[in-house]
Design a binder for this molecule. Structure first.
Ligand code: GAR
Length: 212
């Protein structure tokens, strides 16, 4: 994925959009050779929409359909169509809380990335920061990975570690992980836009984050 022209991103999010903002801000200051072509959300009124609007980036709510944890077939087709129409090169999941499968991943094979709030393969799934706190690990962090058919199982591109402090609550730990996410995610997108990341099966090369 090497691009002299800016990499066109489609960002999918369900929440407040802090990762989207970090990427959009990094693009705005010229540290990522990309442009956000479209922001889509499955949650009407999600914070990410307001952030996109204030940056004049095309954004819309698209019905997710009848399931709670994934897109239904019609929704999946609508998401793919919107992203194709926006000529998206890379789909960036930024707090998108639905599993993407089949048709979607076939349409963007090897071109969907996600950020997860733990050091995978530890603590996949929901509320990973809480899982880490409950388990009692001393170091957790965040991971950017390619998306495959599993849940948080795709090939890892980059990780950044975050210490767990004695005084941490779930909220304080999540906040510290999110600070790390806002550093890691733009760096990974920048590396992808420069064509520096190669992947072969589970192994990826070409990106190294500062560990902390
Ligand atoms: C982020 O912390 C991200 O890691 C998490 O949702 C949050 C979204 O925040 N994603 C997952 O848990 C996916 N399994 P944001 O809307 O402020 O970017």
């Amino acid at each position: 994925m090497s691009h002299a022209s800016p990499l066109r991103l489609g960002v999918l999010g369900s929440g407040k959009g802090s990762n989207f903002c970090a990427i959009a801000d990094a693009i705005a200051v010229g540290s990522v050779n990309a442009e956000v072509a479209l922001v889509l959300t499955d949650v009407a009124g999600a914070g990410i929409l307001g952030h996109a609007e204030s940056r004049r980036i095309p954004s819309r709510f698209l019905e997710p359909g009848k399931f709670r944890t994934k897109l239904d077939e019609a929704a999946e087709a609508a998401y793919v169509a919107a992203l194709v129409e926006a000529r998206v090169d890379l789909v960036v999941l930024a707090g998108f809380m639905r599993i993407l499968k089949g048709e979607f991943l076939r349409a963007f094979e090897g071109r969907v990335i996600n950020i997860h709030p733990s050091l995978l393969p530890s603590f996949p799934g929901l509320e990973a920061w809480k899982q880490a706190l409950d388990y009692g690990v001393k170091i957790t962090g965040c991971t950017v990975h390619f998306v495959d058919q599993g849940i948080d199982t795709g090939a890892i591109i980059g990780q950044r570690a975050v210490p767990v402090l004695d005084a941490d609550t779930a909220a304080s730990l999540h906040e510290r992980i999110q600070l790390a996410e806002r550093v890691l995610y733009p760096e990974v997108v920048a590396a992808l836009a420069r064509g520096e990341v190669q992947s072969r099966g589970r192994q990826t090369r070409g990106f190294m984050a500062a560990p902390w």
